[in-house]
Design a protein. Structure first.
Length: 478
């Protein structure tokens, strides 16, 4: 989990890959849900009451309970470590459609529970978008102008993703993370329907202001605002969306990809899917989920995701959003971010020297097969390692470096045995900590040893080499 969180904080685009059924969609959705619920939880005003075994309130008189129900009759009940959705009827009876609530209070005539008014679940901070096999452009994500709307009127078709982006752009939400989960992302050519996002994602990091880098042109915003205003919908969510669109229309701005939108894509590989191009993988952290032994299922170890330190994680997301907001106008170097995350200067010096030597060595090896990497990869490796320090100050930096190599550099490598066979052998040898001093595809390679062993990266390279031997071709995602 820490690796997943660190990757999101460092780069707001994470691709989850792995065999079908490894829990990619589950991880993305349950993380977003748990983070949102935990954030709501800390803002609640809890009231202690005592109920008997049937759920009747016996600690408060009817007037006190009536005051409790003034805002709403729908509550969240906390009993032990569990939360239940309940309502209060006739001002004295706590009832729930969840039988687990009654099992929890058992046969005791005095059960201490806490009640808080249930939050309006009308406006979630995440959405799940299944990618269709017929997506050829961005209209399924960003919507489109429909000249033949209701009553023959020109309208803008508002997509679920556009609703999420408008909520994220609302002035009250700019420091809060929103999550767009794109499921089965490679059922269509990603480069076609996602190209706008790929371009803007990087351009945002290079300019002082992203006002002119819209994913939707400013000419379409008044129509979007009008379409939303004409919708007969008074929910809290729609109010936020309407206000956001109206503000943008009044300011004459287009709709940008905000820094507080984080994109998580899931990927499966079979005969019905398409492979990612290197430019897509280059712009993401690629995390491969591993299969687990069936015994973990029988031991009930596969539980729902819970976030213990929710306030800390939300604070880190806030810092990550602020960092990206000022990135284009800041003179800060990524190494400044890394140094600020370190408690010990000596360890920082050792880490950066090792990191420099390792990246230089890997660059020399991969350049022989045209898989060398640019400034962006180096920058994002450093940012990722800084975020790892913030998420878990006790994590060994060698582990962070291993994950960075696995998720940012190895994913682009693909090809047949003639192309990359010797390159993978050399890369494996170097990541074992050994020095390299021989000719590689006609290029003399001289690299000093690092004396560190990147276990997870080596495991992946071995797997890629096995596939190369079996089929004559290999790639990171297979």
């Amino acid at each position: 989990m820490n690796n997943f969180v660190s990757a999101l904080l460092a780069k707001p685009f994470v691709i989850l890959t792995g065999s079908s059924g490894t829990g990619k969609t589950r991880l993305a959705l349950q993380f977003a849900e748990a983070l949102e619920e935990g954030d709501i939880e800390k803002d609640k005003n809890w009231v202690n009451v005592v109920v008997n075994k049937s759920g009747r309130i016996i600690s408060s008189d009817e007037e006190e309970v009536r005051d409790l129900c003034e805002q709403s009759n729908n509550f969240t009940a906390k009993f032990g470590e569990n939360n239940f959705t309940v309502n209060i009827t006739m001002n004295i009876q706590v009832s729930s459609e969840n039988r687990d609530f009654y099992d929890a209070i058992g046969d005791s005539d005095k059960n201490n529970i806490q009640l808080a008014v249930a939050e309006n679940k009308d406006s979630k901070r995440y959405i799940h978008v299944p990618v269709g096999s017929d997506w050829t452009d961005s209209r399924n994500l960003l919507g489109y102008v429909n000249p033949f709307g209701a009553k023959g009127k020109r309208v803008f078709e508002i997509s679920p993703a556009l609703k999420l982006i408008l909520k994220a752009l609302h002035p009250n939400n700019r420091s809060v993370p929103f999550f767009l989960v794109l499921d089965e992302m490679n059922l269509s050519h990603v480069e076609r329907y996602f190209s706008t996002f790929l371009s803007i994602m990087e351009a945002n990091r290079s300019v002082k202001s992203n006002d002119d880098l819209g994913i939707i042109e400013k000419e379409n915003v008044p129509l979007i605002a009008e379409t939303i205003a004409n919708e007969e919908n008074e929910t809290y969510e729609w109010t936020i969306i309407r206000e956001s669109a109206e503000i943008l229309a009044q300011q004459g701005k287009g709709i940008v990809l905000p820094s507080n939108v984080f994109i998580i894509g899931t990927v499966n590989v079979d005969e019905t899917t398409y492979m990612f191009s290197p430019k897509v993988l280059d712009r993401a952290h690629v995390i491969e989920l591993q299969t687990e032994s069936p015994s973990t299922f029988f031991k009930k170890e596969n539980k729902r995701i819970k976030i213990e330190n929710n306030s800390n994680i939300m604070q880190l997301f806030d810092e990550s959003i602020q960092y990206r907001d000022r990135e284009g106008s800041s003179e800060d170097h990524p190494l400044d971010l890394l140094q600020a995350s370190m408690l010990n200067r000596e360890i920082y010096d050792e880490m950066t020297q090792t990191l420099e030597n390792l990246l230089d060595g890997v660059y020399k090896i991969l350049k022989t097969t045209n898989f060398d990497f640019g400034y962006r990869i180096i920058k994002e490796v450093i940012e990722y390692m800084a975020m790892c320090n913030k998420v878990d100050v006790n994590q060994d930096w060698h582990v962070s470096l291993d994950y960075a190599m696995l998720q940012k550099i190895l994913p682009k490598i693909h090809g047949n045995k003639r192309q990359i066979g010797v390159c993978l052998d050399t890369l494996e040898d170097f990541l074992m900590g050994n020095a390299i001093n021989h000719s590689l595809l006609g290029v003399e390679i001289l690299i000093e040893k690092t004396e560190i062993k990147l276990e997870k990266s080596l495991e992946k390279i071995k797997k890629m080499k096995r596939n190369l031997d079996l089929t004559g071709y290999t790639s990171f995602i297979n």
